[in-house]
Structure formats: C-alpha cells, structure tokens
Design a protein around this ligand. Structure first.
Ligand SMILES: CC(C)(COP(=O)(O)OP(=O)(O)OC[C@H]1O[C@@H](n2cnc3c(N)ncnc32)[C@H](O)[C@@H]1OP(=O)(O)O)[C@@H](O)C(=O)NCCC(=O)NCCS
Length: 153
C-alpha cells in the first residue's frame, strides 16, 4: 500500500511508533539534536518499553526514521490532571520544511487528547535556532509561564 504523501512534491513518510530496530537511526537523530553518544541500545530498549513515554518516528519509504519525537506524560497536582512534555523533537536536515515536524507534533497532540492531558509542553533544544522558534509559533506553542532550573540529584 502506498505511504500517505503530505504533498504532491514531497517524499512520502508515515508516522509510527519507534521500534528496537530503529536504535541506530535514533542515535543519529539525537546527535543531530546535540546529544552525541545518546541512544545506546540499553537506553533505547528501556525507554521504548516504559509506560510513561512514547517515541514516535516519521519513517521514509524504506521505513527508515527521518524524524523523532519523544513524548512523556505524568499526573500533576496543580493541574488536577496529566501533563505531557515533548522531550525531544528533531528532523534530519535534508527532510526539513516538508511537514515532518508538523506531522510528529500532530501525532503527539492526538495522543495527548486520548490520554486526557491538560497541558503539553515542548522542551527546546539547548541551542534553539530561528527555525525552532518559527516552528513552535506555527504549531501554536507560546512562552511558558515559568522557567525550569536543573541540577544533578
Ligand atoms: C524545528 C524542526 C523540528 C522543524 O521540523 P520540520 O519538519 O522542518 O517542520 P515542518 O516542515 O513540519 O514545518 C512546519 C511549520 O513550521 C514553520 N517552520 C519550520 N521550519 C521553519 C524555518 N526554518 N523557517 C521558518 N518557519 C519554519 C513553518 O511555518 C512550517 O510550515 P510551512 O512549511 O508550511 O511554512 C526542525 O527544523 C529541526 O529538527 N530543528 C532542529 C531541532 C529543533 O530545533 N528541535 C526542537 C523543535 S521545537
């Protein structure tokens, strides 16, 4: 069956759940996001089998992931409901501006509705670009009400 194409002039891709066999390509996409060395086999297997995180990929006609979105969700007291975070989102450079990122976010939003999530956050990369901000804006994300600071446990 032909893959759904998002326009007559762009290559076909389909959004599906990541599989263990995608590990190498997930590592390459994470490196593209600035996390060189991430995506080792043990971590990929652990994350893919965890109940509170989903990893979706956009796969090309050869079923090879060209974009990655990870989406975690958990209950939150102040919302009296669930919150979800798009933790990682990246599209390989030669596949950008073809609707891949949009399709991945749309899939995450569909899942958020199914899970009755009340708020969806998007984690920006450590070095966001103009494209990052334009994409966020196009997908309807707005500045968060408060910042987040981190440290090791
Ligand atoms: C941000 C990123 C995921 C976008 O993926 P993409 O597949 O290229 O995005 P899409 O083609 O689905 O773009 C959807 C819309 O976002 C906006 N957009 C995306 N890239 C843009 C750019 N470089 N300049 C201006 N607008 C842009 C446009 O409105 C676009 O719609 P249009 O093409 O119909 O005009 C991709 O550039 C990327 O991987 N960047 C590096 C990692 C990163 O920044 N990740 C965090 C994302 S919040």
């Amino acid at each position: 069956m032909p893959l759904p194409s998002h326009s007559a002039t762009t290559p076909a891709f389909r959004v599906r759940l990541a599989r263990r066999g995608d590990g190498e390509q997930l590592g390459m996409l994470l490196a593209e996001l600035g996390h060189a060395g991430a995506g080792d086999t043990a971590t990929v297997h652990w994350v893919l089998s965890h109940p509170e995180i989903e990893v979706h990929v956009a796969a090309d006609g050869s079923d090879r992931p060209l974009g990655l979105l990870s989406f975690s969700h958990r209950p939150q007291l102040r919302l009296s409901g669930r919150i979800a975070t798009i933790d990682e989102l990246v599209v390989q450079p030669n596949a950008r501006r073809q609707g891949v990122g949009r399709a991945l976010v749309q899939r995450a939003l569909e899942r958020a509705r199914v899970l009755s999530v009340k708020r969806v956050e998007l984690q920006l990369p450590s070095a966001p670009t103009e494209a990052t901000y334009r994409f966020c804006e196009a997908m309807g994300f707005r500045d968060a009400e408060r910042g987040v600071v981190t440290r090791a446990p």
